[in-house]
Design a protein around this ligand. Structure first.
Ligand SMILES: NC(=O)c1ccc[n+]([C@@H]2O[C@H](COP(=O)([O-])OP(=O)(O)OC[C@H]3O[C@@H](n4cnc5c(N)ncnc54)[C@H](OP(=O)(O)O)[C@@H]3O)[C@@H](O)[C@H]2O)c1
Length: 301
């Protein structure tokens, strides 16, 4: 099978590269330079030329704050481009595996969000991501949508990398404790998607699924664990969201209920602290490799 991964240089895209290495399927990785998904003709050509059977869409406009000031671009990437992929998948009989977000929910509940619970995004990012989901359903290609949350990896910009840096640089830090959810290690989500492809479980299981790591925490708890695993001694203090004024209303409670994804695909999902440790171990290993080459370079100079 030929699998096209779009947005392949982002956090999830790069983890897809890693986990698909030993696959018997043929993966084609493309980021915006190779395939701008806002261009329908380019999408059609790429799919036809490569006889694509499955598209994994990791491309998105993910800057939640910037989206408030640039709604047109966010909509072009999160809705219109997703519609392009859906149209092209329908024309080629291909399946679209798309990734969405907990931001489609209002975030004011107190029980884990199931796939069938009412959506009501509070900002431009969530609104345009929901429009992307609706576009796929309207076009009617075979699809799976994975809503995820609090995504991190050793690539790109994310909370884990920021907190690792800040808790090293600063003696004290305030982090919000009134926003609760579950982190997702992009590697785990990529592994789940690859397994579903390898085992051809996408067939006959169309629909929306929720995927994050297991457990629940606040950003404060998350930051404490990041600092501890990184060996950084910073005094992290809990604070309220209103101490960080923002244009964007962020969900106070966006824990995703993963019953459906686990039952349908017989998945075992790692606990968030275990996955965070794996990610930070990988970061530490990379730090040591960089240090080794820096030392080598310095001794040669
Ligand atoms: N990050 C989170 O916390 C989070 C939470 C919930 C859900 N999600 C969802 O999870 C998915 C993966 O997120 P991520 O964090 O891996 O995203 P990411 O790191 O921002 O990667 C997105 C990639 O898409 C590329 N891209 C942007 N416009 C494109 C276009 N027109 N054509 C092709 N590629 C384009 C970006 O390139 P440039 O960098 O050059 O723009 C980037 O490489 C997204 O659907 C996102 O909405 C993310």
């Amino acid at each position: 099978m030929n699998v096209l991964v779009t947005g392949a240089n982002g956090q999830l895209g790069r983890e897809m590269r890693l986990v698909s290495r030993d696959s018997n399927n043929h993966y084609i990785f493309a980021d915006v330079e190779e395939l701008d998904i806002t261009n329908l003709d380019a999408v059609r050509k790429m799919m036809k030329d490569n006889k694509v059977d499955i598209v994994v869409n990791c491309a998105a406009y993910t800057n939640v704050d910037k989206a408030e000031d640039d709604e047109a671009t966010a909509r072009r990437i999160n809705r219109d481009a997703v519609e392009n992929l859906a149209v092209s998948c329908r024309e080629n009989g291909a399946t679209l595996i798309h990734v969405s977000t907990d931001y489609v929910f209002p975030g004011n509940g107190c029980i884990p969000c199931r796939e069938d619970m009412p959506v009501s995004p509070q900002g431009v990012y969530g609104k345009t991501k929901l429009e992307g989901e609706e576009a796929i359903q309207r076009v009617g290609c075979p699809y799976l949508i994975f809503r995820t949350a609090w995504l991190y990896s050793e690539y790109g910009n994310n909370f884990v990398k920021t907190m690792r840096r800040l808790t090293k640089e600063k003696n004290e830090l305030n982090v919000v404790f009134d926003q609760v959810g579950t982190p997702t290690y992009a590697y785990d989500l990529a592994e789940a998607i690859c397994e579903i492809i390898e085992l051809e479980q996408y067939k006959g299981n169309e629909g929306i699924y929720h995927y994050s790591n297991e457990g629940v925490c606040s950003w404060f708890d998350f930051a404490k664990e990041i600092a501890a695993l990184s060996g950084n001694e910073c005094d992290i203090r809990p604070c309220h969201s209103d101490e960080f004024p923002s244009k964007v209303k962020r969900p106070h409670y966006s824990v995703l209920d993963k019953t459906k994804v686990k039952k349908t695909f017989a998945l075992t999902i790692p606990y968030w602290k275990d996955s965070l440790k794996d990610c930070i171990d990988r970061m530490k290993f990379e730090d040591r490799v960089y240090q080794f080459f820096d030392t080598l370079k310095a001794t040669k100079e």
